[in-house]
Write a protein that binds this ligand. Structure first.
Ligand SMILES: N[C@@H](CCC(=O)N[C@@H](CS)C(=O)NCC(=O)O)C(=O)O
Length: 223
């Protein structure tokens, strides 16, 4: 049976949502972040080969990386509509958003948070230099890329209820977490991005997501 090693306030919520949506048997082990570093605790790092969340174990298999885990779990559910089959009308949209989440959106958000931390946490004497560098990087690279991606998200969700059509797929399960971060920390506001916020509302009201949040037990996925 699959065991999800679930780190609070992390990307692991996606795997929990997937397992709840599939309704397959699984075990969950809950881990809190280290109170000082806010990173995964030593017990978690002992399980995860990269020291990161999410990670699952399944017999002799230990698997990290969100989308690898999602594909592994869906391999056991070949008829699930959560992963449109090759040739399906929504296959291309599914592949695009499933991979855009981890390949583009999540790294851009992570870079943005690291840059924000640089400006607030660097020593006082170099803080203004750090702010200048971060501002220049954001203006030249991260900001335009993030806004272009948010624009595509808004457009896609203006055309269908979910990212790959009118029913939930695993693309929504991975995009949802990143979009919560984008809405709270990266300027994806409701006035400019109404379709994105409609998606977030429907995700938060989706029964299997509600069950996942209850199992998580922290009431928020934000650090
Ligand atoms: N690309 C990886 C990223 C994993 C990652 O950075 N996870 C964060 C949680 S959102 C983490 O483990 N943070 C705690 C730590 O680094 O100790 C994935 O999709 O699994």
């Amino acid at each position: 049976m699959i065991t999800l090693h679930h780190l609070e306030k992390s990307q692991s919520i996606r795997v929990l949502w997937l397992l709840e949506e599939l309704g397959v048997p699984y075990e969950i082990k809950l881990y809190d972040r280290d109170p000082n570093t806010r990173l995964a605790p030593a017990a978690y790092k002992a399980v995860s080969p990269l020291g990161t969340a999410p990670v699952i174990t399944d017999g002799a298999v230990t698997l990290a990386e969100t989308n690898a885990i999602i594909d592994y779990i869906l391999d056991g559910q070949p008829d699930s509509p959560l992963r449109p089959k090759p040739g399906a009308a929504n296959r291309a949209a599914y592949l695009f958003w499933f991979h855009t989440s981890q390949g583009s959106l999540q790294p851009l958000l992570t870079n943005k948070f690291v840059m924000m931390a640089l400006t607030t946490r660097s020593p006082f004497l170099v803080r203004s230099v750090a702010k200048g560098l971060v501002g220049a990087l954001d203006a030249a690279f991260f900001g335009p890329r993030l806004r272009a991606l948010m624009g595509e998200i808004e457009k896609a969700l203006g055309q269908s209820k979910w990212f790959a059509g009118d029913t939930l797929t695993a693309a929504d399960i991975v995009m949802g977490y990143s979009m919560e971060l984008a809405a709270h920390r990266a300027g994806m506001d409701a006035a400019t991005y109404p379709n994105a916020h409609r998606f977030l509302k429907q995700m938060r009201e989706y029964p299997s997501y509600i069950r996942a949040m209850e199992k998580d037990g922290k009431g928020t996925i934000l650090l």
